[in-house]
Design a protein around this ligand. Structure first.
Ligand SMILES: Cc1cc2nc3c(=O)[nH]c(=O)nc-3n(C[C@H](O)[C@H](O)[C@H](O)COP(=O)(O)OP(=O)(O)OC[C@H]3O[C@@H](n4cnc5c(N)ncnc54)[C@H](O)[C@@H]3O)c2cc1C
Length: 533
């Protein structure tokens, strides 16, 4: 191949076909970028691992047109139950917990192996095949491209040149090691187990069950097949010494005693240690780290896979913009700025909760068994508490206000916030306008002629929504102008002087926000209250 023209073969080499790499490949391909996806494993994962798929991930999937399929294949968790001394002490309802905040107001349970198969299928529909077993051995960075050495299934080596390399290769990342990027943090002392089992008894009811009894964490989660559950727990210190020979039989008694769960056939049992680490940097020139390669943390709140998918989406549209000449290279720096900050906050929060949940002291045990069942149902009755908890766990509250890409505010919405979701009419909402995975201007209420002119000049689709009181509740301002990024975050929010602010924003950052052939500027397209100019 001609090294002066590496793009002839592959523009982005994606290393790792876990959820992060697969979503990165899907978004880039959707945006017209040629990718190769390699994975050293001979086949896709066959164990369920991550179960929780959060609202923000489903919103991203909706932009690609795959959300309905994912939701249809999963189970909506209806509630969380807290058990103390073998009895159910409290229950909180989860279904529709985020109502009014997103089109996906629940926690979806969808095992990671089935999830990955679905993503591989959609990728294959777009003509991209995961190459496996194909391992990245190493790479050398050149000025305009990265030269990677791969080992293919037959043992032969291949040298491939790509303009960018995305390290989506998990916690033991070859890419991170090759970059010699530090991975500071630590490892918790507990040994954990995970088991997928056939079961019956009260906790086999498609809800989540948590035992608060002791510092030996124990939780039961629904799987998509009836009568199958996931049991996650910590291993007593007295057993942890014989990790290699440990089996579910060693912990089975605890699930019966504490949760009244009768278990049968064990389909998967594994033990693992939990780490909390964030890589020192997520970008070095043309090489990026995403997903578990960039950050690992405790499973509290089911955040790991969802955060990797968020990384993939954040980087995808930026890479596509730079590769198509719609943005300067410095746009790519904002990937690290935006995602490393979130990863650090996440690791710190999950660490605090995890430490409390597994704290062996008497005071912590009293708090767990006494206070939590007493206080949580009451707190859940408070709308503001429920909303805030849902916003945090579902990742719809993730925002990038300090990013150089974020500017201004209008109403309660600041540049960097996720575009608030709002129903516009029966069965329709403003997030439908994000389906194009392109820049867009949103105006809620009447738009001024000057705004329309500025959008037309920039080739920017303008989405107008007739004003409704619910919009104010969502934080939107009547007549305010919101420039929305391809990933659904507000770049610029402007109360007044919107048209000039829009022009200034775009020119200062050297961006092209034109909709590239999707809609020609000036063409009006009315759709459920949305007008695209
Ligand atoms: C028991 C368990 C339960 C969990 N539950 C949840 C949950 O409910 N919700 C949640 O969000 N997260 C959960 N997680 C975390 C979640 O599984 C991970 O965060 C997620 O798999 C990370 O995805 P990834 O694509 O970044 O990395 P991975 O899934 O680790 O994928 C990395 C891929 O890279 C490949 N690879 C590695 N090195 C190379 C190389 N040199 N060349 C080529 N390929 C390579 C590997 O074969 C692998 O397929 C759980 C994890 C575990 C273990």
């Amino acid at each position: 191949m001609d090294p002066t023209n590496p793009s002839a073969e592959c523009r982005v080499l994606i290393v790792g076909a876990g959820p992060t790499g697969l979503v990165h490949a899907l978004w880039l391909t959707h945006l017209g970028i040629r990718v190769r996806v390699i994975d050293k494993a001979p086949q896709a994962g066959t164990t369920s691992r991550a179960l929780g798929v959060h609202a923000r991930t489903l919103e991203f999937y909706r932009q690609l047109g795959i959300a309905d399929e994912v939701v249809g294949a999963g189970v909506k968790a209806a509630g969380v139950n807290f058990w103390v001394r073998g009895s159910r002490a409290a229950r909180i309802a989860l279904s529709e917990m985020g109502e009014g905040q997103t089109a996906f107001p629940y926690l979806l349970i969808y095992p990671q192996d089935a999830h990955e198969r679905l993503l591989i299928g959609r990728l294959s529909d777009l003509g991209v095949r995961v190459e496996r077993p194909t391992e990245l051995l190493g790479f050398v960075r050149h000025g305009g491209f990265v030269r990677a050495t791969l080992r293919r299934a037959d043992g032969s080596q291949e040298v491939v040149d790509a303009e960018y390399l995305a390290g989506c290769d998990g916690a033991s990342s070859t890419v991170r090691h090759a970059l010699a990027t530090e991975f500071p943090g630590g490892t918790y002392s507990h040994l954990f187990y995970v088991a997928d089992v056939e079961a019956d008894g009260p906790p086999a009811d498609n809800e989540v069950h948590i035992d608060l009894e002791s510092a030996d964490f124990l939780g039961v989660f629904p799987l998509t097949r009836n009568g199958h559950v996931r049991v996650v727990g910590s291993v007593r210190d007295s057993l942890a010494g014989r990790r290699q020979s440990l089996s579910f039989d060693d912990v089975r008694g605890q699930t019966v005693r504490n949760l009244k769960l009768r278990t049968g056939k064990v389909n998967w049992f594994s033990t693992y240690r939990v780490h909390h680490r964030v890589a020192g940097s997520f970008r070095q020139g043309r090489v990026f780290l995403l997903g578990d390669a960039a950050h690992v943390h405790s499973p509290v709140g089911a955040q790991g896979m969802n955060t990797g998918i968020g990384d993939a989406v954040n980087l995808s549209w930026k890479l596509a913009s730079v590769l198509t000449g719609a943005a300067r290279d410095d746009l790519l720096d904002t990937y690290e700025t935006e995602r490393i900050g979130f990863a650090r906050r996440l690791v710190a929060t999950t660490d605090r909760i995890f430490t409390l949940v597994t704290n062996p002291s008497r005071a912590a045990a009293r708090a767990r068994t006494g206070l939590i069942p007493l206080l949580l149902p009451g707190l859940f009755g408070i709308d503001a508490f429920r909303r805030s908890l849902f916003r945090t766990f579902s990742q719809i509250a993730v925002s990038y206000r300090k990013s150089p890409l974020s500017a201004g505010s209008a109403g309660g919405v600041h540049g960097g916030d996720r575009l608030p979701w709002v129903a516009t009419s029966a069965g329709a909402d403003n997030h439908a306008a994000l389906a194009g995975v392109a820049w867009g201007a949103h105006v809620y209420g009447d738009s001024r002629e000057a705004v329309e002119e500025a959008c037309s000049e920039l080739g920017l689709p303008l989405h107008r929504f007739p004003w409704q009181p619910a919009m104010e509740e969502a934080g939107l301002e009547k007549g305010g102008l919101y420039l929305v990024r391809p990933d659904g975050y507000v770049a610029l929010a402007a109360s007044s002087g919107g048209p000039q602010a829009l022009r200034d924003y775009v020119s200062a950052r050297g961006l092209s926000v034109a909709a590239e052939g999707r809609h020609s500027a000036g063409e009006a397209l009315l759709d459920g209250g949305t007008a695209t100019l």
